[in-house]
Design a protein around this ligand. Structure first.
Ligand code: CU
Length: 298
């Protein structure tokens, strides 16, 4: 048996140790993610690290308590008396009601803050309503739209991505982004709900038919990435992929020059649909043919 003062010291040391280990795990979690290719990715990684640290702390606390109890609180063999009652312990009730409430509020608050730092215009408008009431709206919009911004339209249809560069009058099947420059994506869907998802960008946004959503961000790391559809948008949705490049300003300029005579890639879904394997069992379920890629319409 430990004396009360020793118990307090042991508790203090184990909590301190738990904080150190949780913090360390939180820092480790930055390496579990793919490369962070945009400026905004940092916010999402920070939130993830915070959640990992918090989760580790709770996990260590609960498991530590169980292990501690197993070692120190064993009943003697043949001892069938009831244990110490925890019912009616107001202190304990208060503790395990207040702690999760505060934790959940804290997580919600952190997530909300990060979401506000991401510049999704269709959604920010709702939050801006309050500012417009007090007459600050023009100021807010002025802050939000810097002079130098690259606008790119992203058009999704079953199951093909199309990118339009209105400032350069280019239409392509691969997305090129200029490094270190603000980019505004204008997301549009022509049929059903699709999801724009590049893991390295930490950016996943649903695209809703008849509803344009603008998203502004800054690409940072040069390289080739892959765009996926994060929504189940039909039979061939898993083939709904596109190459995404972050180019240095010079390479981006060159690409814009050469893109007019670019060889455009055929849609993966259309190719797959054309080469359907012979099946023993046919379900004859109704399905939708892949939309013709825009190349064929020219
Ligand atoms: Cu889709």
């Amino acid at each position: 048996m430990m004396t009360p003062i020793l118990e307090k010291i042991a508790l203090f040391i184990s909590v301190a140790l738990m904080i150190v280990i949780s913090y360390w795990l939180g820092q480790q979690s930055y390496n579990w993610m793919p490369v962070a290719a945009t400026a905004e990715a940092k916010h999402v990684d920070d939130l993830f690290s915070f959640l990992v640290a918090l989760g580790s702390f709770i996990f260590l606390g609960v498991v530590g308590m169980i292990v501690f109890s197993i070692i120190t609180c064993r009943a003697d063999e043949n001892d069938y008396t009831e244990g110490h009652p925890s019912r009616g312990n107001n202190k304990l009730e208060f503790f395990w009601t207040a702690t999760p409430t505060i934790l959940v509020l804290w997580i919600g608050w952190q997530s909300f803050n990060i979401y506000q730092q991401l510049d999704i215009e269709g959604l920010n408008k709702i939050i801006d309503l309050k500012a417009s009431e007090s007459g600050n709206k023009s100021m807010l919009i002025a802050q939000k739209i810097p002079n130098q911004i690259e606008e790119i339209e992203v058009i999704a249809k079953q199951w093909d991505w199309t990118f339009r560069y209105p400032q350069s009058n280019i239409t392509t099947s691969e997305l090129h982004l200029p490094q270190n420059k603000r980019v505004r994506l204008i997301l549009e869907s022509e049929d059903v709900i699709h999801g724009f998802y590049v893991p390295e960008f930490r950016f996943k946004q649903d695209m809703i038919p008849n509803h344009r959503l603008n998203f502004t961000f800054t690409p940072l790391k040069e390289g080739k990435y892959k765009l996926h559809d994060s929504q189940f948008s039909g039979t061939y949705f898993a083939l709904m992929e596109a190459d995404v490049y972050i180019d240095s300003p010079e390479a981006y300029g060159q690409w814009l020059q050469s893109a007019h005579n670019n060889i455009l890639k055929p849609s993966l879904a259309a190719t797959e649909h054309a080469h359907q394997p012979r099946q023993l069992i046919r379900s004859d379920w109704p399905t939708i043919e892949p939309a013709t890629p825009f190349v064929a319409q020219q």
